[in-house]
Design a protein around this ligand. Sequence first.
Ligand SMILES: [Zn+2]
Length: 307
Amino acid sequence: MIVCFDIGGTAIKGAAAYAADDVRPLARQQTPIHDFNAFVSVLKSAIDEIGGTPECVALSITGIIDPDTDTSFIANIPCAHQRPLKADLEAALGLPVLIANDADCCALAEYGVGAGRGHRVVFSAILGTGVGGALVIDGKLINSVGGFAGEWGHAPVAATRAGNPPEDLPRFACGCGLDGCLDAICSARGMEKLHRHLTGKAMAAEEILESWQAGEADAARTIDIYIDMLSGPLALVVNVTGTTIIPVGGGLSNASALLEALDQAVRARILRRFTRPLVVRAECTIEPGLVGAAVLGFDFVRQRSAP
Ligand SMILES: [Zn+2]
């Protein structure tokens, strides 16, 4: 048995995992964001509630761990921010601790029990609050501590001319400090910014998608440009990683027509030919953080017990 946690800025969800497909969540607890001892106590009491000695503790976090220094960057939980989180938790809990970020856990969950089952290379993408992703190859999370590998949303690669007929586009500023990131124009807020830029109308991403499906011309133009901007970089990801499936999570993945349009555009732009969908909705949509942490934990247990 291993104990998994999905740690967010407002709540900590714990679970006992007996297998990747047997994850039993506990009641969620409020995240103590300023007091590290209180933070550790929440984890300890969950472990006590489950009982027995877990083989390890696996965490999904909304942040990154610097792979060179092991320092955590979890801005929304100040008490867990900028410290050697793994070492500190191992000392406090007396158990091996594994940490991956939420995008990494989505990829692990899809590899283990979701749309990526049976695929050697799984690149999973997040389209929602941000544009993110993570890569799992032969069951191994690439750059397992870090949260940098797979981040295709941050680089100044967004096209400045896209759509049919082509439209000149600005390079929107991104929260990471660069201009022209996909995150700034293809996240849900990015889609809204793009639509406002093209039409002058402020609409929520859900409304834009609904209007598009209802055949409204302005929304169709926005989505045409959106798909054009997103599919080129995603096609490059396919060529570079050799992924044979792209499970997509995040809020925008609920729009199945959007994923179908993205799938067609990506498949038309890659070198390898697929006669089946490549971009699909993530299947592990319930507690992907906990399930992904469980997959990470069981891989650690398997490796440790290998001869
Ligand atoms: Zn960025």
